[in-house]
Design a protein around this ligand. Structure first.
Ligand code: ZN
Length: 378
């Protein structure tokens, strides 16, 4: 099931002299992550592939080998030519290619709009429409999605956070709406000075309740995690929570815990999301909305990554098996150490998770590298 082929990419660095002196011909010693893994583990690769396809992944490293057996999932920088199958449970309804978006009714005037990669929302009230996020990938079609249900104008835009991939299409929206965001988002957008991300006109620190006609949106800031200023948007009548770049229903998180600004903060906010009384989660990414079961699965995965990285750190020593000529190169020693920790971490996660989360193989190395780093310094 997991067997695959990994084509080795040889960048120009292959020709660089790894050492000025002393290396015998044909014995270039490379310290880059990928080549370290490959050189030490290439001989074991075939037998590891066989072992993992038999369901015995996560075996301890051989005593004589400084690197644990290399997982069958290609490491960062190695081309994956055979990505794992995406389970049907991770997919949502398809998008009409002629429209380029899909509109999903979330009840009582609230809708999700998605291209099955990004997600945003809009809320219709007595006199207008509130748009929440405007991903540039389909923002020019948001007015069309709104026109399918109302002729009322866009009066407000809410930014979930400052990242351009979620709000960089705001200029595509008609009129001059009031823009609401957390005050850290204003700070970051001032710094970005991006004409495609107009500055918020209303900001808040902790909480802001938007009353428009009979509709209500509760905005709240829970501190730094994905990014300073990233807020939760809760529609109490519809029991819909929008919290962006934190939970990926059915899918592996985007790399490095979704490019987390603060990894412990992401763990804390996923726990907060678990405990909140919503019925539908809009996570800002992938095709479908989320359920509490999706959040439980992701929290369990995150806990397992943390445990696997902690166990790998506890059983791995810096410097073991390294070349004495690298003794004065601490970066090389830690490159080797961190590689071995991450390799153990990935091996520990493969048996349980490879088929439970879509695209597990795409970012599991990123999660392990990020987790061991967070555990060492946060
Ligand atoms: Zn983001």
């Amino acid at each position: 099931m997991l067997a695959r082929t990994a084509r080795i990419i040889r960048p120009r660095a292959w020709q660089l002299p790894a050492r000025a002196q002393g290396a015998p011909a044909g014995a270039l010693v490379l310290t880059r992550t990928v080549f370290g893994l490959l050189l030490a583990g290439i001989c074991a690769l075939a037998e590891t592939l066989q072992a993992q396809s038999n369901g015995s992944g996560g075996q301890p490293p051989a005593a004589e080998a400084p690197y644990p057996p290399v997982p069958s999932i290609p490491a960062i920088g190695v081309q994956n030519t055979n990505y794992l199958h995406v389970p049907a449970s991770a997919l949502g309804p398809s998008v009409d290619p002629a429209k380029g978006y899909r509109r999903q009714d979330l009840g009582q005037g609230l809708y999700m709009v998605t291209d099955n990669i990004y997600q945003s929302m809009f809320l219709v009230y007595d006199h207008g429409v509130v748009v929440i996020d405007a991903p540039p990938s389909y923002a020019p079609r948001i007015p069309q999605a709104i026109a399918e249900v109302t002729t009322k104008p866009i009066t407000h835009v809410i930014y979930s956070h400052s990242h351009t991939d979620h709000i960089g299409g705001t200029r595509s929206l008609d009129g001059r709406p009031i823009i609401v965001a957390q005050e850290e988002t204003l700070r970051l957008l001032r710094r970005a000075a991006d004409p495609n991300r107009p500055l918020p006109t209303v900001t808040f620190a902790d909480r802001y309740t938007l009353h428009v006609g009979k509709q209500v949106l509760e905005l709240s800031y829970h501190g730094d995690a994905h990014e300073p200023g990233n807020i939760f948007i809760y529609a109490p009548a519809q029991k819909v929570l929008m919290a962006v770049d934190l939970v990926f229903p059915g899918w592996m998180m985007w790399r490095r815990f979704a490019v987390a600004h603060d990894i412990p903060g992401v763990f804390a906010q996923v726990e907060e999301i678990r405990k909140m009384p919503w019925q539908t989660l809009v996570g800002g990414h992938v095709a479908r909305t989320g359920t509490h079961a999706d959040v439980d699965v992701q929290a369990e995965f995150m806990g397992d990554v943390k445990q696997a990285a902690a166990a790998a750190l506890a059983t791995t020593k810096p410097g073991e098996g390294t070349d004495p000529r690298d003794a004065a190169n601490p970066w090389a020693l830690f490159d080797n150490y961190i590689d071995r920790v991450a390799t153990k971490c990935v091996n520990a996660l493969v048996p349980k998770w490879a088929t439970r989360l879509a695209a597990f193989d795409v970012y599991v190395w990123d999660q392990c590298f990020a987790m061991e780093q967070s555990l060492r310094i946060d």
